[in-house]
Design a binder for this molecule. Structure first.
Ligand SMILES: [Zn+2]
Ligand SMILES: [Zn+2]
Length: 292
């Protein structure tokens, strides 16, 4: 049977550090991890703590071929990996796609994550067939076109644009807009414009919204942006659905829902849908109940 459709499911929505507890049950406390299905091609965007439960599901489904895309190796995007069951299964073929590792082996972020004294099992001990692939500006993973674009974040980060069956998903985690950081930088405008172009007319944009404008003033230079900037850029790019992601650990469900309501009430929104990334929520871009 041929599997069709293009769907996205959230397994980890939080930025910086996991935040379990009664105040985060609706949006979730696990760090960044998103499952994407394009037909029978399974892609995972980042390996935050949310990847643990995703791994259990994939093992139950006996999925044997997986593509893990790492936006950048900060700990909130990697720390779930040692608890990802498919990596321990000799029947699993796991390809890890990431930016070139300048001057160091591709496995280095994983080796260091799992080395003594931090973890009892080393990366070399994993039983799955693991291969590293280098992300370029544009390539393919099976039937999926995968484009990347650099973002403004300490140590670097990349946005992903996945295109399949005429639909597009953009995943844009940690990013501090150039104009927000330094509006007097003459290059800021063109750099922000290039990122806006990268997200243009996407059917679903998953974008970090770490801070309010007030909070940002004391966190300038930390590599994250604001609700307002994400909203403005998404409207400007003609995005169809914007999903607010990488929630700050200090923003509980009530706070996030109030921010969502504020953005939804802005008339500039036009027809753009806005949602909060919530653990477990699924969006269908093609071939599902809420497909575009
Ligand atoms: Zn992050
Ligand atoms: Zn980061």
């Amino acid at each position: 049977m041929t599997i069709t459709g293009f769907s996205v499911q959230f397994w980890g929505t939080r930025g910086s550090i996991a935040t379990p507890g009664p105040g985060t049950v609706r949006c979730g406390g696990n760090t960044a991890c998103v499952e994407v299905r394009c037909g029978d091609t399974v892609l995972i965007l980042d390996a935050g703590t949310g990847i643990r439960l995703l791994g259990q599901k994939l093992q139950r489904e006996k999925v044997r071929s997986l593509h893990l895309l790492i936006s950048h190796p900060h700990v909130d995007h990697l720390q779930g990996f040692p608890f990802f069951l498919p990596a321990y299964d000799p029947g699993v073929d796991l390809r890890i796609h990431q930016a070139p590792q300048a001057g160091s082996p591709a496995s280095e972020p994983f080796d260091r994550l799992m080395e003594a004294p931090h973890f009892p099992v080393t990366f070399r001990d994993l039983r799955a067939r693991i291969r590293f692939k280098t992300l370029s500006a544009e390539g393919r993973i099976g039937p999926v076109v995968v484009k990347t674009h650099p973002l403004n974040h300490p140590g670097g980060n990349r946005a992903f644009r996945l295109e399949y069956e005429g639909k597009s998903l953009v995943y844009m985690a940690d990013h501090e807009p150039y104009g927000l950081l330094n509006g007097s930088d003459p290059r800021a405008g063109s750099r922000d414009e290039a990122i806006l172009d990268f997200t243009r007319a996407s059917d679903l944009l998953i974008r970090e919204t770490q801070y309010t404008e007030e909070e940002y003033e004391t966190r300038r230079g930390w590599g994250h942006g604001t609700f307002g900037e994400a909203f403005r850029a998404a409207v400007g790019a003609g995005v169809r659905r914007l999903v607010l992601f990488h929630h700050d650990p200090d923003h509980d469900d009530d706070f996030l829902e109030a921010e969502l309501a504020r953005l939804r009430s802005r008339p500039e929104r036009g027809g753009m849908e806005i949602h909060l990334a919530r653990e477990g929520d699924c969006f269908h871009l093609a071939g599902g109940p809420d497909a575009a």
